[in-house]
Design a protein around this ligand. Structure first.
Ligand SMILES: Cc1cc2nc3c(=O)[nH]c(=O)nc-3n(C[C@H](O)[C@H](O)[C@H](O)COP(=O)(O)OP(=O)(O)OC[C@H]3O[C@@H](n4cnc5c(N)ncnc54)[C@H](O)[C@@H]3O)c2cc1C
Length: 361
């Protein structure tokens, strides 16, 4: 595992230590029923039962038919229940064999991890922790320290002299005030002007440090000498929290709306978390970073639009559209079951679900 991430032109993130793995979260969730970790996928040597790869029902391995296409899943851990086996054998076409044979075993505890993550049963994810050391400019620390669930320990500028180390942005980072995001930057300046800005920043940093250094050498208390310190000055800290809260940090700080500099650190943290907790990180991508959240109004629009498409189509068109949609769903990895669930979800009006509650509010 890579333990040191240099953030070019800025500082670094260094792995210090961690507790737990993806399995820890499963064990924590299962202890409520007196059970533990079974395995990520069903394994016939260890367990005499398995999940059907196609419909997901549990069955005893010995009830599987062994003919007529015994070699179909050779070299894989795939299992089908009697029903799905029959359907597949009946509908087999030439190209189906490698497609079926190439699939992985049915998810077992990965399903549980997904359920926990997708339904926001988040406390099991607090059973893993990670500590890092960070070198960054003070303005990045000011943003980072807003994450109150982390524990911090930072270099003391009252105790020891701060080094003459500052963040000087690259010429390309000297951008204009964004017109759309009042907190953001966009576009660029011509390189000559950008270089001038870089020099201005450098000159100010040098002036402040020169005076600071003189005051310290003259015996002025460091806690006084430092009071003009620019937020570009580099500092070091350790930060530690649990996986649930690291993912919360990533979600806010990897987002494009976060300042570019802290994003570089968040991206390094993402690499460390991905290495240590790969399955949880996969779910973070699926449900949080790369997922999309809708408001009630947006959801109402989607439901209305979908219903318009389905009701305005002829019976044949509707059948064709659903077939296309099913194929598309399969091509992005949505199972038949998940596709049906998505269609239901898109058509759900949450105001109906809560109508009894809402009418009393
Ligand atoms: C793009 C961006 C712009 C920002 N701009 C500004 C700004 O202009 N000004 C500004 O002041 N801040 C700003 N922030 C900081 C922001 O408001 C949050 O303070 C910061 O992102 C930390 O988020 P958090 O509270 O969810 O995280 P954490 O403090 O890590 O908390 C994690 C979660 O724990 C719970 N929690 C923690 N503490 C409490 C508590 N005391 N009470 C209740 N629940 C708690 C909450 O559920 C919270 O979401 C900005 C952040 C971002 C990402």
């Amino acid at each position: 595992m890579k333990t040191f991430y240099e953030i070019p032109n800025l500082g670094f993130v260094k792995y210090i230590g961690h507790m737990g793995t993806d399995e820890t979260f499963i064990e924590a969730a299962r202890m409520s029923t007196g059970k533990g970790f079974y395995g990520w996928y069903w394994d016939e040597d260890t367990y005499n039962d398995c999940l059907c790869r196609d419909c997901g029902t549990q069955h005893i391995r010995s009830t599987l038919p062994t003919t007529p296409a015994d070699g179909l899943f050779e070299g894989t851990d795939d299992h089908l229940c009697t029903n799905c086996w029959g359907t597949n054998v009946k509908n087999l076409k030439d190209g189906d064999v490698p497609k079926l044979a190439g699939k992985k075993g049915s998810p077992r505890d990965f399903s549980l991890l997904t359920t926990l993550y997708a339904n926001k049963h988040q406390t099991p994810f607090e059973m893993g922790e990670l500590a890092v050391e960070v070198e960054a400019p003070l303005f990045v620390f000011r943003e980072w320290h807003r994450h109150r669930t982390q524990s911090y320990n930072e270099r003391s500028a009252r105790y020891s002299q701060m080094p003459n180390k500052h963040y000087v942005p690259d010429v390309g980072r000297i951008q204009r005030q964004s017109k759309t995001n009042k907190q953001g930057s966009e576009g660029s300046f011509d390189p000559e002007y950008a270089a001038l800005v870089v020099n201005l920043l450098k000159e100010e940093q040098e002036l402040v440090y020169r005076n600071y250094d003189k005051m310290v050498r003259d015996g002025v208390a460091k806690e006084i000498a430092r009071i003009n310190t620019p937020v570009s000055r580099m500092s070091n800290m350790r930060a530690k929290t649990d996986v649930r809260n690291w993912l919360g940090f990533l979600l806010l700080r990897m987002e494009m709306g976060a300042q570019w500099e802290i994003r570089q650190y968040a991206n390094a943290m993402a690499s460390i978390i991905k290495d240590l907790y790969p399955k949880t990180f996969e779910l973070f991508l699926e449900y949080d970073l790369l997922g999309v959240r809708y408001s009630n109004t947006e959801q109402k629009f989607i439901a209305k639009f979908l219903s318009y498409l389905l009701t305005s189509a002829t019976f044949e068109e509707k059948g064709f559209a659903m077939k296309v949609a099913r194929n598309m769903a399969e091509s992005v990895g949505l199972s038949e079951k998940k596709f049906e669930a998505l269609v239901n979800k898109l058509q759900t009006n949450r105001e109906d679900v809560f109508k009894d509650v809402l009418k009393n509010l």
